[in-house]
Design a protein around this ligand. Structure first.
Ligand SMILES: [Zn+2]
Length: 176
């Protein structure tokens, strides 16, 4: 029987265990190389073993935390993609309305008398012609545009300006 006692400072307890011949030889070699007693060598080896196990556990904990963070990141990416999808839908709606307003002639610029669109009047609020560019607070209305329709177009124009501003803010908040 290979009984080995591990002595530790300041108070030592005895610890016995059975070892194979190979293990016993390895421990003897370890002790001889370091110039320590067999029991001191065993004590150090056990301490190193326990330390390694503790490190493994903390590595495991870090791996768990990393896995959790990765999962959270993935779920945030899903939410972000959904939010971006919403933004894109709204952008498409706005582009649709903008396209409609750009093609709808509402009357003539009161200054240069040239035709202007609902977009010029309600969104840009400026005459589109470079040699005029005057503010379009009023247009000389084409007969087919009723005052109610004109008011509705003005409201849509205001909505587009507001939505576009809101989207620019969302876009910069999302780190675009
Ligand atoms: Zn003009």
């Amino acid at each position: 029987m290979s009984g080995i006692s591990a002595e530790r400072e300041p108070r030592s307890e005895s610890l016995y265990f059975r070892a194979s011949q190979d293990l016993r030889e390895d421990v003897d070699t370890f002790a001889a190389r370091r110039g320590v007693t067999l029991s001191s060598a065993v004590g150090r080896l056990v301490e190193r073993g326990l330390e390694a196990i503790a490190n493994e556990e903390s590595v495991k904990q870090m791996e768990d935390r990393l896995a959790q963070s990765t999962q959270e990141l993935a779920s945030m990416k899903v939410h972000l993609a959904a939010a971006q999808g919403e933004v894109q839908k709204w952008q498409a709606v706005i582009r649709g309305i903008e396209g409609y307003l750009r093609n709808l002639t509402v009357g003539a610029c009161p200054h240069c008398k040239r035709q202007v669109t609902a977009y010029d009047h309600a969104v840009v609020r400026q005459c589109p012609y470079n040699d005029c560019r005057r503010p379009l607070e009023q247009v000389e209305r084409a007969q087919e545009i009723t005052p109610v329709a004109a008011g509705f177009l003005g409201a849509i124009g205001g909505l587009i300006v507001g939505l576009a501003a809101g989207q620019r803010q969302e876009g910069s908040a999302a780190g675009k």
